[in-house]
Design a protein around this ligand. Sequence first.
Ligand code: TCH
Length: 333
Amino acid sequence: MCTCITYENGDFYFGRNLDLEYSFGERVVITPRNYPLTFKKEAAMDCHYSMIGMASVMGGYPMYAEAVNEKGLGMAGLNFPGNAFYPLEGKKKYQVTPYEVIPWILGCCATVREARMYLEQADLVGIPFAADVPLAPLHFMLADKTGALVAEPVEEGLKLYENPFGVLTNNPPFPFHLMNMQQYLNLTAKAPENRFGEGTDMKPFGQGMGAVGLPGDASPASRFVRAAFVKWNSRARREEKANVSQFFHILDSVAMVRGMVLTEEGREDITTYSCCVNARTGVYYFKTYDNHRIQAVDMRAEDMDGSGLLAYELPLEEDIQYRLKQGGRTEDA
Ligand SMILES: C[C@H](CCC(=O)NCCS(=O)(=O)O)[C@H]1CC[C@H]2[C@@H]3[C@H](O)C[C@@H]4C[C@H](O)CC[C@]4(C)[C@H]3C[C@H](O)[C@]12C
């Protein structure tokens, strides 16, 4: 399962947890402006906006799970099994495959508004990258600092929804999550009031009791509600490090700890990585399940006019900072 969120606090951030029981060969990948992007049915783009995100590079193609472009538009793919539907032939003007749609949109759109115009005229067609690379059943969240959009390829076509929460998880389709949120209108970060009336002398006996009923499990609907609640109530200093830290804290509130979620085959679903991109500066921050240190790749520090993909390996183990007593002695308090 996955959770994607946006966050605005002075600057605008886009990121996600990627929850999966296997690795898909992920690396942080920058696609610079002059890297030729090809598409099965659409014209190639020799020159486009540069983008940074997590991808598996297959046969030289950046297969992004999510990315943000130099204009501050972000897009992420999240699992949508049983609901994602890709016709073999599209009826609309543009036909793109699910693995192409992130580079296709981010390559040529600067805003959600522009992306919507393209997506309204597009069908996601069921052409796999290669015979041995199956299609991924996905839905997508796109966002810039003005708002967020959900794109769901279902049997009736590619459905687009405004997303007022700036949150997306997995099944069922987005209208369910919009409706489901209405069940949680009572949640508050404040201390709850006794609404049972006079004579019932009741007071909250601990902090956090205004949100009793906030779902704590890892199901998609519960993660949606929890991410929306935590994000909505979030407070942080309007400063880069505080925002990045806060963003990861929000993602941590919906992360999967090894063992708490097992797939039908008994495999462990874990939050393999979490990322947070400053959409204005193009800095991609990330941490992995096995390395909690926040790492960063700055797209603008690289040659954005380049013509070759740049890939950064993920760290494999914790990088613990051991502290030494000063002078080898413990100071008396
Ligand atoms: C599994 C990932 C989504 C994580 C998620 O939502 N999990 C939820 C699990 S569940 O609903 O609860 O079952 C998706 C997101 C992007 C996907 C990848 C990208 O689409 C790029 C290529 C596309 C190829 O067709 C398949 C490999 C792949 C490299 C995909 C593997 C996998 O399906 C990814 C990594």
